[in-house]
Structures are given as C-alpha cells and as structure tokens.
Design a protein around this ligand. Sequence first.
Ligand code: PMV
Length: 318
Amino acid sequence: MAVIYFKAPGKIILFGEHAVVYGQPAIAIPITRVAATARIFPNLSGDKGSIRIQADDIKLNADLSDLPEQHPLAAAVRFTLEALHPQHIPSIKIQVSSSIPIAAGMGSSAATSVAIIGALSSFLGQPLPKSTISNLAYEVEKIHHGTPSGIDNTVVAHHVPIYYVKNEPIELLRINQPTYWVIADTGEKTPTHETVTAVREMHAHDPERLNELFKTIGEITTSARQPLVDGDVKTLGELLDENQRILASLDLSSPQLDTLIAAAKSAGASGAKLSGGGRGGNMIAVAMPDKVDQIITSLKEAGAVRIITSLLAKCEGK
Ligand code: PMV
C-alpha cells in the first residue's frame, strides 16, 4: 500500500487579528517556508483497525484509542473518520511532523490538523475538498482556542491569501504585484486563548470602546486590500503601523515586540506590527526588496530568535 503524504503551510495574519473574532475582516497569507506534514503508513504489526499516531516533535507515540477525546491530534483523526464513515480501516500509523513554530501566531495547530485530515481522507480513498478539510480543522481549533474566528484553518486549508470575515464566504485574494514580508519571532510564547480571553474581558468591561477599536481595525484591513493586490508597500506600511497602534492600546504588544518593530523600521521597513494573538510570538514587516537584508541584520541584533522572509507572489484570486 502506498504511503500517503499531505503537507499544510504555516500562515501569518497581516491585518485584523482579534477584531476578526468580533466579525471584522482580516487578511492572512500562507507561509510555505514552514509546514506541517502527515504521512500515513500501513502498520503491519498493529492490531486490526488500530491507528497509531506518532509526533516526535511533541514526544507522542500512542494508539488513537488510548488518547483522550480532547487531544487535538486524536480529534483531527476522529473528526475525519466521523465525516467519512469508512467501511474498513486498515491498521495504520500516522506520522506527524512540523517546522512551524508553536504558539507563535503561525498557525501550527491548524496546519497539523489540515495535514492529518488531508492525509487520512486521501488514504481512505475519499479525498476531501479544501472547504471540508477547513471545516473539520475548525472543529479541532475550537479545542485549542475555545472561540476561534476560523481564519487559521481557512488560510491553511486553502493555501492562498484570503480576505476573511467570520461566517461569510471566503474571498481568495488575487495578487498582481509581489511584496516582501519579514517575520521575526520574539521567542516569547503566549497561547492565543490567553490573549483572546484577555480581550474578551476588556470587551465585557467596555464594549463601546472595544467595538469602536475593532471597527477601526476593520477599516484598516479593508483599506489594505487593494494596496496588497497592487504591491503598494508604502501604503501597506502605513496601515500596518496604524493597526499596531490599536493592538498596542489593547495591551497586546510586549516590550520585545516593540523592540523588534522599532528595529525593522529603523532599518528601512515601511511598516510593522505584531501578528496573531500578540504579547509575544511574531511580528511582521513589509519592505522594498533592497531593504530586506538590512532589516534582517537589525532584527538579529535586536534579539529575534527566528527570522523568516516570505515573498507574497502573484496569484489568481476568486
Ligand atoms: O495566534 P494565531 O496566529 O492563532 O492568531 C490568532 C488570531 C486571533 O484573531 C487573535 C484569534 C482568532 O481566532 O482569529
């Protein structure tokens, strides 16, 4: 039996995180430099119908039946089986690996789920469409984050830049001119559900102020759409800075994020902001291609623990 292999990219949110949970638009792009992969092997030594999950990165090697229901990798497998109702499940091993940093705003949990669901459905001879893979991965995201907006599973499963509004049909963005993005990791790990909870508490305390801020973030995101399509780095930079000011006013930045953002800008980035849940994780900067090397040097000197550059290439939207 052939080994089945499914790869899902990382992602980064360019505009609109947190506000997207409250119905505002957000823009996210896939980052293919990092990825989660699931491989499925027949397990000749396993009991009939047994499914073994091996993920060395998190030191997991266990039978599905021994894992708790809420275990995210087990849940990805179970949701896929529930969706497909296969007549017969051969004894298999699912091997999962990932180069996506964990709890850093790069979609590692969504990519792992998408890789498992994609690989398992193909292995069972019933490859699922991207939208179904995304919906199943969303169910797993709920276990991770409680109230996710759905942006992570959507961009990772569709593997293209998206303009996303919760509970609305997704828009796949057409890109006419490429842009360069620099992503730098603070090394600080703050789980997304913590910052989402903190924002929910702030919202409960002062809904009027928070709704106003989310609305402004939504306007920034909408304004960023055409500059992103056109590769207008100067306007994108200004909008990133505006978005960052609001996120900082919501106490979502951190001293190290501020340091990296300042370092990128002093080295010629057109603008920069935190990306994802915040209070650590990654920042992103947009820059003209000739500035990228100096930005990388400056970020390293400022203490970035990992730097990824990403070219958002031309692509067809829908
Ligand atoms: O930290 P990440 O990359 O998973 O992004 C979280 C984005 C939020 O808007 C804060 C939460 C969400 O579910 O959209």
